[in-house]
Design a protein around this ligand. Structure first.
Ligand SMILES: [Zn+2]
Length: 269
């Protein structure tokens, strides 16, 4: 596959190509993604091991993969203070090699909620670390928007980056937009319910909305795809079709605008 990227190449705003669910067939997954028109992939980072795997994959697809290094709230929840602190030291050394900082954020689902205090501490430390790096952020926030927004609003007037897998209503969307962030929408918009999210899609300005798969998770529930299948970046087209239907526009318009928005984010400062 040629490494020349056409201007019509669409971008998956968030996926995990380093996830072990993509094993020996990753090459096929990415080749069929490119053939479908989705030819660049922005990563979500989890942990030091994940960053290493991202770098290995990037050697094979150098111009198409955008590295993101960060300490994911799930990983923070599942490791000791000492382990997370040593991960943070590694992030301090390695962040310069990535294009984006993340995933970082807060996740208060019951199984992670006991680590709230540690999650907040390392969310703040990663934001502070970024003062010297100024990387675009990849935010992961679940059931924790009031804390996440409070911290972001306290620490800065504006931020650059995206709120991934957004599924909230207009009020929360507005506060992230006011901070300068992009909103990234994925498989949730293809599911029954999620009416607040569907309303938000009418509210978020076109030049602040991007779309993602979060592959291998969050398979869209349209076009014969189901949650049982492993998600892939090429299914970004199914997300685009659904967003287009809600916004009464064309899938190409959604994909084009998302690509333009992401390109503006990826420009190094
Ligand atoms: Zn993710």
């Amino acid at each position: 596959m040629s490494e020349t990227i056409s201007s019509k190449t669409y971008i998956d705003a968030h996926c995990h190509l380093a996830d072990p669910k993509f094993g020996s067939d990753l090459d096929n997954v990415l080749t069929s993604s490119i053939q479908s028109g989705v030819g660049e992939w922005i990563q979500g980072g989890i942990s030091p091991d994940d960053w290493l795997r991202q770098q290995e994959i990037r050697k094979l697809w150098p111009t198409r993969i955008h590295l993101a290094f960060g300490l994911h709230p799930w990983w923070i929840a599942q490791h000791s203070d000492e382990e997370v602190e040593s991960g943070f030291q590694k992030l301090t050394r390695d962040l310069g090699q990535a294009t984006l900082l993340g995933e970082l954020g807060l996740d208060y689902l019951p199984r992670f909620a006991t680590s709230k205090e540690r999650q907040i501490r390392f969310f703040e430390k990663q934001l502070d670390l970024n003062q010297t790096h100024q990387k675009p952020l990849v935010l992961h926030v679940v059931h924790a928007h009031s804390d996440s927004l409070r911290i972001l609003e306290e620490k800065g007037e504006t931020w650059r980056g995206l709120v991934h897998a957004f599924s909230e209503g207009k009020e929360i969307a507005k506060r992230y937009l006011d901070l300068g962030l992009f909103i990234s929408v994925g498989g949730a918009c293809t599911r029954i319910g999620f009416n607040r999210l569907k309303e938000s899609l009418h509210f978020i300005p076109d030049d602040r909305l991007v779309i993602e798969t979060d592959a291998p998770d969050q398979t869209p529930e349209v076009g014969g795809l189901t949650r049982a299948n492993r998600n892939e970046p090429r299914y970004l087209l199914a997300i685009a079709a659904q967003v287009a239907q809600i916004k009464k526009t064309s899938p190409e318009a959604v994909l084009d605008q998302s690509r333009r928005n992401l390109k503006s984010l990826l420009v190094a400062r």
